[in-house]
Design a protein around this ligand. Structure first.
Ligand code: G4P
Length: 192
């Protein structure tokens, strides 16, 4: 998606070969018009999969997921990173390890927000090692529902997330795929 790639080149900042700062338009300040276009693009890509719900993970996935759900006219559910063991309602949860952040958390969702016959489109901001998306997919399948696809705004293609998700049988589509980055340099896959 050229608009997104141009934005990353102009306003993103690669801090290292691991971390791309996009906080001026994606995960701190949010460019709503760009999010709208991202939502329309995910809707175009995944409409044929007939998704019935969009699911994302708090917090940075919410903006693109919201616009995707709007474009598809289906509900959005936000999976929570549980910090308390006091949650007593009927919940599904699974551990997720974040290598980027060097910590793990429990990903959780109330069972009532996913039906067995749902076809769920997972949307997230970044794909690195795929741990978050795999955790979300586990919860969706534990609820008896189907993963209709996984849409990622920015894929770090030099990490193995895409391969792990594809090997697990999921359709994964990213709008910008970074093949290489380092301090001040970002390069994209040619065909994205
Ligand atoms: P993985 O799920 O693909 O394995 O990725 P990983 O755990 O390594 O990433 C964890 C968190 O780090 C995610 O945020 C993800 O959005 C963020 N992240 C990964 N790579 C980058 C990057 O290059 N730049 C930025 N800005 N963020 C990155 P999170 O823990 O879900 O937190 P939140 O920001 O959504 O609240």
């Amino acid at each position: 998606m050229d608009e997104l790639k141009n934005r990353i080149q102009n306003d993103g900042k690669a801090l290292s070969n691991q971390v791309l700062l996009v906080d001026s338009f994606l995960n701190h300040q949010i460019d709503i018009e760009l999010m709208e276009h991202i939502g329309e693009e995910f809707a175009r890509i995944f409409r044929d999969q007939a998704p019935t719900r969009v699911v994302t993970i708090e917090s940075s996935g919410i903006a693109p997921a919201l616009m995707t759900a709007r474009a598809l006219n289906i509900p959005l559910v936000v999976m929570k990173k549980a910090t308390s063991s006091l949650l007593t309602e009927d919940i599904l949860q699974t551990p997720v390890m974040s290598y980027t952040k060097g910590s793990s958390y429990q990903l959780m969702i109330k069972r009532q927000f996913i039906d067995k016959d749902d076809r769920v489109l997972i949307i997230d901001d970044f794909l690195a090692n795929g741990e978050a998306a795999l955790g979300a997919a586990r919860l969706i399948e534990n609820a008896g529902a189907t993963v209709a696809g996984i849409g990622i705004v920015i894929e770090k293609a030099f990490q193995n997330g895409k391969k792990r998700l594809s090997d697990s049988g999921y359709q994964v589509e990213s709008l910008a795929s970074i093949s290489y980055m380092n301090e001040g340099v970002v390069e994209f896959d040619e065909d994205k």
